[in-house]
Ligand binder design. Structure first.
Ligand SMILES: NC(=O)c1ccc[n+]([C@@H]2O[C@H](COP(=O)([O-])OP(=O)(O)OC[C@H]3O[C@@H](n4cnc5c(N)ncnc54)[C@H](OP(=O)(O)O)[C@@H]3O)[C@@H](O)[C@H]2O)c1
Length: 275
């Protein structure tokens, strides 16, 4: 028995090995060169969150036009104002609740980006639904499904919608933010985040035939599992933790910048983990 591969040929029946690497000190401390992202466009989901906002600021400082995606208009306007005040190029905003989205709606967002900017250089998924941390057997069904809608379905649909546009630029990337929470009580968040890890490696495997003139992946696709960050999500998950016990989100942003800069132009499909 054999199956047809979407890229042509047969699907190899080999056990794929997940390519994992530790985030090095140099990745952690990485920063964009000033102005190095001028005239480039980046879409950040969860732009109103701790990590998302930190990445928006780093990109804005480097001259990128950032498309802020989030579900609350007032919060989006808050980060928009902060970027303008910091001297970043004027950002764009897309208001979208991932609990209520469809592949068609997210294709519409990609179309709007195409019409307004004619390019997309990076897509960074930071949005996440934490939901109830409770045993799987008693979890509220709606909470369980919402975790998958936000963390998996929206991330998949948006990636699919954006890939054609991303593959038209050079040195493009898609970054998924991961979290390894497969022990008791992490509920829909833990299980859906495990699915995002698989989604990352499958997207990377299935696009590894898209190469530029230098035989590098047109779109590098990576997963990043950051360490603890002092954010709303963290406060909800670890309510007893003191403020100073987890670092600011910006301290975890270096690895994302390193990957968006395509420092290792041939690399794709790696799950990068904070030690
Ligand atoms: N904090 C940590 O210690 C830690 C550790 C490992 C991994 N992570 C991962 O890091 C990423 C960023 O999280 P964070 O720590 O920065 O948390 P955060 O500050 O709570 O940010 C989460 C973001 O997701 C957005 N979001 C939530 N539900 C949404 C929905 N239904 N539709 C659209 N957007 C939605 C939030 O929007 P609102 O602003 O509207 O709420 C917010 O912008 C997540 O993927 C998380 O899993 C975090």
């Amino acid at each position: 028995m054999s199956a047809q591969h979407p890229k042509g040929g047969k699907i190899p029946y080999t056990q794929s090995m997940m390519n994992t690497s530790q985030i090095s000190q140099s990745m952690r401390g990485y920063a964009f060169e000033p102005k190095s992202w001028e005239n480039r466009v980046v879409l950040i989901t969860g732009a109103t969150g701790g990590l998302g906002a930190a990445l928006c600021h780093r990109l804005g400082k480097a001259g990128a036009t950032v498309i802020l995606m989030g579900r609350h208009r007032a919060r989006l306007e808050g980060i928009y104002d902060e970027l303008i005040a910091a001297g970043a190029p004027e950002p764009a905003m897309i208001e979208q609740d991932f609990k209520e989205t469809t592949p068609e709606i997210l294709q519409g967002s990609a179309d709007v980006i195409m019409q307004n900017f004619s390019r997309l250089d990076a897509l960074v998924h930071t949005a996440a639904h934490l939901g109830e941390l409770t045993p799987i057997q008693v979890i509220d069904d709606a909470q369980w499904r919402e975790a998958f809608d936000v963390n998996v379905h929206a991330a998949r649909d948006l990636t699919m919608a954006c890939l054609p546009l991303l593959s038209q630029t050079t040195r493009a990337s898609v970054l998924f933010t991961l979290d390894n929470r497969t022990s008791a009580y992490w509920g829909g968040y833990g299980v859906s985040k495990a699915a995002v890890t698989a989604l990352t490696t499958m997207f990377a495997d299935e696009t590894d035939n898209l190469l530029d003139d230098n035989q590098h992946p047109k779109v590098a696709i990576h997963g990043v599992q950051p360490g603890p960050m002092r954010t709303r999500l963290r406060r909800r998950a670890f309510s007893g933790e003191l403020e100073h016990e987890s670092p600011l989100a910006d301290e975890q942003a270096g690895a994302f910048c390193y990957l968006m800069d395509r420092v290792e132009p041939n690399a794709s499909g790696t799950i990068w983990m904070e030690s």
